[in-house]
Every structure is written in C-alpha cells, then in structure tokens.
Design a protein. Structure first.
Length: 407
C-alpha cells in the first residue's frame, strides 16, 4: 500500500498552492457584497473535499497507484451545480462542502480562484479549460450556459451526438487541452446521451532545485506486501522546508518561484500509508505545514510515470449525492426544461511524470447526462458470451461459439 504514497504526494502538491500563497481574501476587504468566499475558507472547503475523495478512492483501489486532480473534479461538479435543482442541488452542494453558501457565492469563488491560480507563478505552466457539449436535439436553458460561461469560462458546443465525428471532436479537445498526455475520455457516446460537461487541467513545473541526473541510481523500493522492486531513485541535498512528525516525515519541494510545491510525506516503517491517510484532513494538513522549518538534508524520490482512470458514479453516490444519478429522482430543471435527465457518467483520468527536471501532470473530468427512454435497449458484450450463426427460414444452426477472450 506504500505505492499509494506516490498518488498522495501529487494530490497534496496540487493543493499546496492554496496554503502557501497569500491568505488575503479574493475580494477586497471593503467589498461587503458577500459574493465570494475568502480564499482561506475556499481552500479549507476544497481541501476537505480533496482528502475525503482521496480516502474513498483509495479504499476501492488497494495496492494500486492512485493519482487524482480533486480540483478538476470539484470544478466539473461546480459546473453541474448550475443545472441542478431541489434535492439534487442540495446533495451536490453538500458533497462539495458548500451547504451554507448560495450558488452566486459559489460561482464567484470558483471564478476568482480560477483566475488567481492561473496567474500564481509565471515560471510554472498551469492551464485550466472547461467545455459543454450538448446534442442538437436537446434543449439547454440559456441561463445554464451563460452561468458556466461567465464563471467557469466554459465554451459551449452544439453537436450531433449520433455522428461519430462528435466523439472524435470531444476526445480531440481532451487531447489538446492536456498537451497529448490524455488521449481520450470517451470510447463511445450512448444513444441516450444528451450533454457532457468537461474540465481539463494541465500542470508543468520545473523544480526550483533540480535533481542532478548523475546522482540518480537504481534503488530498492519496498512495496506494501513486503516484496521489493528496483526503481530509479533521484537524490537532492539542499536546505528545504522539513517537518518530522511522530510517525512520518514531510519535505517540501518547490517549483519555479516557489508558489507551487510538492509535499513528500513518508510514513515510518511501522505505519502504513493508509493509516496515515486516515487521520489526514485540512486541519491536520495545515498544522503540518505550519510546523515545517528550513533544514538542510537529502531527499530521495523515485522517478516515475503514472496514468490513472476511474468512474466515480458509485463513489459520489456513497458520498451523498445519489439523486443526481437516478432517472426518476434527478432534478436538472435549471439546465433543461426536458424531464428524465440524469447523470449517467462521472469519469476521471490523469497522467503524471516526475523526473529530475520537474513534474508534468494532466487531468480530465467528464460529467455525462442522459435522458430516460423506454423504446430501446443497450447491450454491450464486454464479458464472455455465446454466438450462433443460423439460417433464418429453417433455423438450422451452422455455427455456434463462445467468446471469452477477444483477439
């Protein structure tokens, strides 16, 4: 389970920016309109969501490398919130952690933080993009499109979902926005699909203090099951922000001008990474950062590349928003006047590469909507099946077979 540590490292890296940059409110102190949360409160809410989401994913991906972009997932669900109504709205808002705030405040806060992140460090490439694709035969309320364009800078595209070119166009958008690191997000568009919300995030940062490639050497990495594998281990000796806790050690590695950092958290030999993760929340995380001091030392970090993908439907239901996925209970009347529209897919894909020069990472989140229909079925032969070739008039069977492993 220590391999999951690699995913935790980068999860914390993306959110460290919210704890290391200026804590001033995103709106002037004399602005009493209440249309946006202070940055510190927004970071607090989103980091709580991040750690809870990561724990839930980790629980279902034991002994597997995990890497997510919680900000991408949060932003995609934030866009979704603008189309929800009634209990569906309340459940999504609660899962995100904004139950005490109105939609206007939530939207304005996403917008302000979006803009601040994009201008946080000129030496680091951080790109965020949002899009809405909807079927030409589906009615979308202008207010829904306008809100997502105004606050999330989402580009809206109407398309023919039955045309294979639409699938190609959506995947090409993903490929372009992630600089070719994620090639696709959809394998097909279901017949009942009516709308997709997409968020893409791309990060590329060079270490402030680069690792010397000549210092990299083969090293034994001990996995959770006790077995060991060799990996290229990078080494850096420098004065870095460091904290030694009761049962773990934390070192911060800065990128660029230092606004973005990677926090490497190594549990003691006697403690599993899952046990460490169980106690990690925003309050604990903040206390660890505040306890860091500049110390001289050496850090060894594996050089690695990782891809991860997961459908989040069941996980989000368990976290508290089941109605959004129910064809009979979902209420997206703020998105469309049509009934029977529900979320059919929330899918997340990521890529990360860490080497001597720095870190390159990308993530995509897609929220797919379908409408109910009673006049069709959908059968996908994605598991072993039988097949028969026969003559129609006589019903004579010419061939019969069983497929268990497609070539």
């Amino acid at each position: 389970m220590q391999r999951i540590f690699l995913g935790l490292v980068l999860l914390l890296a993306f959110w460290l920016v919210g704890c290391s940059i200026n804590k001033a409110p995103l709106i002037p102190a004399d602005d009493l309109s209440g249309q946006a949360l202070a940055q510190s409160e927004f970071v607090n809410i989103n980091n709580d969501f991040s750690f809870e989401l990561f724990r839930e994913i980790n629980a279902s991906k034991q002994d597997t490398n995990v890497f997510i972009s919680p900000f991408s997932i949060s932003m995609a669900l934030g866009m979704t919130l603008n189309g929800a109504h009634g209990n569906t709205f309340e459940q999504i808002r609660q899962v995100l952690g904004y139950e005490s705030h109105d939609l206007q405040t939530i939207n304005q806060t996403y917008k302000n933080y979006f803009e601040q992140l994009m201008n946080s460090d000129a030496q680091v490439a951080l790109e965020l993009a949002n899009a809405i694709w909807y079927d030409q035969n589906f009615t979308v309320l202008p207010s829904f499109l306008d809100a997502n364009q105004q606050y999330f800078e989402a580009e809206a595209r109407q398309a023919n979902f039955s045309d294979p070119a639409t699938l190609m166009a959506i995947n090409n958008w993903v490929k372009e926005k992630t600089h070719d690191k994620i090639q696709s997000i959809l394998t097909y568009i279901p017949r009942d699909a009516v709308l997709y919300l997409l968020n893409a995030i791309y990060f590329k940062g060079a270490w402030t203090y680069a690792f010397d490639p000549q210092a990299t050497r083969d090293w034994s990495f001990r996995m959770a099951d006790g077995q060991s594998v060799n990996c290229p281990m990078m080494f850096l000796t420098k004065k870095l922000l460091h904290y030694k806790g009761n049962n773990f050690e934390l070192v911060q590695l800065p990128y660029g001008n230092g606004n973005f950092n990677m926090a490497v958290i190594l549990p003691d030999v006697s403690l599993s990474v899952d046990s460490l993760l169980a106690e990690l929340n925003f309050t604990q995380w903040q206390s660890w950062l505040e306890a860091c001091q500049a110390d001289s030392g050496t850090i060894g970090l594996p050089r690695f590349k990782m891809e991860f993908e997961m459908v989040l439907n069941d996980l989000l239901k368990e976290m508290g928003m089941p109605d959004a996925f129910s064809p009979t209970k979902a209420d997206f009347s703020n998105m469309t006047p049509e009934s029977g529209v529900y979320i059919s897919l929330v899918k997340h894909k990521t890529f990360v590469e860490v080497n001597e020069e720095g870190t390159e990472a990308a993530g995509v989140t897609i929220v797919g909507f379908e409408r109910t229909s009673s006049d069709f079925f959908e059968m996908i032969a994605s598991r072993p099946f039988l097949f028969v070739i026969y003559e129609k008039d006589s019903r004579a069977i010419l061939f019969i077979g069983k497929m268990v492993k497609p070539a």
